[in-house]
Design a protein around this ligand. Sequence first.
Ligand code: PGA
Length: 255
Amino acid sequence: MRRKIVAGNWKMNLDYQQGISLFSEIINMVKDEVRGDQHVVVCSPFIHLHAISQLAKGHPRVSTGAQNCYAEAAGAYTGEISAAQVTSTGATYVILGHSERRIYFGEDGYLLSKKVDLALKSGLSPIFCVGETLEERESDQYFDVIRQQLEAGVFHLSNEAFKNIILAYEPVWAIGTGLTASPQQAQEVHAFIRNEIAAHYNQEVADSTSVLYGGSCNPGNAPDLFSQADIDGGLIGGASLKSRDFVEIVKVYNA
Ligand code: PGA
């Protein structure tokens, strides 16, 4: 069975102290309140990663991750952070292909495929994001767009390597907007993604890949979204900045 995962994406929020406080609150609440086999991942800015990874030690259901890493292994790339450097903090995940990276930083499929390769080589599990814009949805191009994003970013991987990939469907029109895909809209795309994986690899790989939903997910809408057959958890932006909201979303999977 594939894993249920609730991942927080803090984006470019929280100074160092605020991040440590928020993570400490999350760890305590998870320890006291979460009952089930769901896994929690917190993707912080780089500045928090080492400290929160230390705090997460001894909490097997909580992991940490970065929100990006660079497409080269090392060298003269002022201001960039490599996958191996992320690993050295104790983090085990990295978000790649987030629409904010694609749109504001011009990251394309080829660049992302290099980042995916280096992340895997460094032992990180990529949380690879796909999703269409409003225009692409309204012109019925969304399946094509998502297929292309998968083909360019992750479908070059071998069966074995692909098993370390987590996917996130994040419709761009739902990110940070308060608009959420309906459970039916999200399920339709998640089923499509799983079919694409089955067609490209095989049914066993498709059935074992976790596909998360992201885009204005909150404690109110998470239960309906997470009950869909092909939705295996969430990638949570705004609501992950409030410990109570984030942990309530994690608790949707409480046994
Ligand atoms: P949001 O962000 O929950 O604030 O919409 C989700 C994301 O961008 O991962």
